[in-house]
Design a protein around this ligand. Structure first.
Ligand SMILES: [Zn+2]
Length: 191
């Protein structure tokens, strides 16, 4: 039973990392911000830095649409294996929670606002980052920001694309339906 979706104005919207007291959304142009220019790629979401193991919860009520592998070490040398969850919110948004070390929900499961989806993982393997790694990766390591929730938001179901890898977009334009989540998250962070 899916039930009647609440009106958008009634959406609860909780911060996706309950233990995160900083609640910082990277501003435009800053590391980890939406559509950050990473020279050969651009960033499809926002990075909310948090320690490995931090709980990640669903922002709003919805349905778990997809669970899968987000990064794997065989693809890029400095990557570790992490996972993602896509929640189709009752209000119509599709939210992708990525760079998780564990996932605690299944496809087809209904989730409530604030319900745990999994825990923050770390994509980057510090021992495998070297001078050949992209500049933004080396900077993350220098700043100690190697674990985070990578969050993307869409107005329609995210589609697979060869231009999309590890939360980055390698082509012109951007993924279909991609939304900038910065303002919404900034509003939630003040609640
Ligand atoms: Zn990211």
């Amino acid at each position: 039973m899916k039930g009647r979706p609440p009106a958008p104005g009634k959406m609860k919207g909780v911060w996706p990392i309950p233990g995160d007291l900083r609640r910082t959304v990277p501003e435009k142009g800053k590391p980890g911000s939406f559509m950050e220019d990473r020279s050969d790629r651009r960033h499809c979401g926002v990075d909310l830095y948090a320690p490995v193991g931090s709980k990640v919860v669903s922002i709003d009520d919805g349905l778990v649409l997809e669970v899968g592998t987000f990064t794997e070490g065989e693809v890029v040398p400095y990557w570790k294996e992490t996972f993602y969850v896509i929640v189709e919110e009752d209000g119509g948004r599709f939210v992708k929670y990525a760079e998780l070390e564990t996932v605690e929900v299944r496809v087809g499961e209904r989730v409530r606002s604030g319900q745990r989806l999994g825990r923050v993982g770390s994509v980057l393997d510090p021992e495998k980052i070297d001078d050949d790694s992209p500049a933004y990766i080396r900077r993350l390591q220098e700043e100690g920001n190697v674990s985070m929730l990578h969050l993307e938001m869409y107005s329609s179901r995210p589609e697979p694309s060869d231009l999309y890898r590890g939360g980055n977009w390698f082509g012109a334009g951007e993924p279909r339906g991609l939304i900038d989540p910065t303002r919404l998250l900034a509003a939630i962070s003040k609640r």
